[in-house]
Design a protein. Structure first.
Length: 65
């Protein structure tokens, strides 16, 4: 699943995000969602989240539970 719709992402979900510093390369970072930072229902570049380790980025892939 892609990370463009807020309703698909819940705290505790395992996701791959792209960090701001990695946007040019597209390098993905895997982690567990702590907070959702985007308030709108969708975003074309992915919903912005904070992971449990404190990293912030936009969700590219949501892994099934």
């Amino acid at each position: 699943m892609n990370g463009k719709n807020r309703k698909d992402i819940v705290p505790g979900a395992t996701v791959d995000i792209v960090l701001k510093a990695d946007q040019r390369t597209g390098k993905l970072t895997r982690g567990i969602v702590k907070d959702l930072l985007t308030n709108s229902s969708s975003h074309p570049h992915g919903i912005k989240v904070r992971l449990t380790d404190g990293q912030v980025g936009r969700v590219q892939v949501i892994h099934p539970q």
